[in-house]
Design a protein around this ligand. Structure first.
Ligand SMILES: NC(=O)c1ccc[n+]([C@@H]2O[C@H](COP(=O)([O-])OP(=O)(O)OC[C@H]3O[C@@H](n4cnc5c(N)ncnc54)[C@H](OP(=O)(O)O)[C@@H]3O)[C@@H](O)[C@H]2O)c1
Length: 243
């Protein structure tokens, strides 16, 4: 049975921060599956084989312009939004400046809000759409030195659940993917001791590949996930059980 509210196939996908890291793996997974993909990037050129538009998610006008440019490239409104752009500015609570707190919230939480708000215009008209917010295990698990980052990532849960309650009846789903430790440049720089300490807390006994996050994102954007909304899907090898 086909689902009336599923995005078209191939889907029109926009991945913020899709020029590197997890966002790039997500963008490549959609592209390899035959979907029409546009990524956002802040500088340089888009990665080979992918179309890109400039976007700074902290700036509403930039988000609006990026969606307009993406929709021109795609030939139709964005059907699947993956809000992946994110930053960290870690330090202990007592030392954290207002600027460091605000910058992380502005990018990770308000940035996702700006993108979801802009994406919702086309999705409401189409009565179909998928919004996938890339959070972190840290959002619900907590992490010393990451009060700003954890607060921003926890906020995405409230954002997705409120979108679900507001737009669920219009064929739009909003879900959160919460990765744990992923093999990226960042985790590649950890000392062996640090790596061993982190690994000891992960039931799976390993970090994840970015492609393992991408697979879950693709599932949530696909027809089999039409009835999943407001969910927090961990991709963390069991680290944050209890989500
Ligand atoms: N790596 C992990 O282990 C891990 C674990 C859990 C969750 N996550 C989350 O997964 C997402 C991707 O992480 P990653 O490790 O792939 O990070 P990354 O390699 O540092 O990439 C971050 C991406 O976000 C973009 N970005 C940052 N600020 C932006 C802004 N103001 N406007 C537009 N784009 C902006 C960056 O663009 P530029 O290239 O222009 O800087 C880059 O494309 C993040 O939301 C992160 O919090 C990561």
């Amino acid at each position: 049975m086909t689902n009336p509210s599923a995005p078209s196939t191939p889907s029109a996908v926009l991945v913020t921060g899709g020029n590197r890291g997890i966002g790039l793996a997500i963008a490549r997974a959609f592209a390899e599956a035959g979907d029409d993909v546009v990524i956002t990037h802040r500088s340089g050129e888009p990665p080979e084989g992918l179309r890109g538009v400039r976007c700074d998610v902290t700036d509403a006008a930039s988000v609006d312009a990026a969606f307009t440019a993406a929709e021109e490239l795609l030939g139709r409104p964005v059907e699947v939004l993956v809000a992946n752009a994110g930053i960290t500015k870690d330090t202990l609570l007592m030392r954290m400046s207002d600027e460091d707190f605000d910058a992380v919230l502005d990018t990770n939480l308000a940035g996702a809000f700006r993108c979801a708000r802009r994406a919702s215009k086309g999705m409401i008209k189409a009565r179909a759409g998928r919004i996938i917010l890339i959070s972190s295990v840290v959002g619900l698990y907590g992490s010393p030195g990451q009060t700003n980052y954890a607060a921003s990532k926890a906020g995405l849960v409230g954002l997705a659940r409120s979108i679900t309650r507001e737009l669920g009846g219009r064929g739009i789903t909003a879900n959160v993917v919460a990765p744990g430790f992923i093999e990226t440049e960042m985790t590649g720089q950890l000392t062996e001791d640090r790596r061993a300490t982190y690994l000891a807390g992960i039931p799976a006994g390993r970090f994840a590949r970015p492609e393992e996050v991408a697979g879950v994102v693709r599932f949530l954007a696909g027809p089999d996930a039409a009835y999943i909304s407001g969910a927090v899907v961990p991709v963390d090898g069991g680290l944050g059980m209890g989500h």
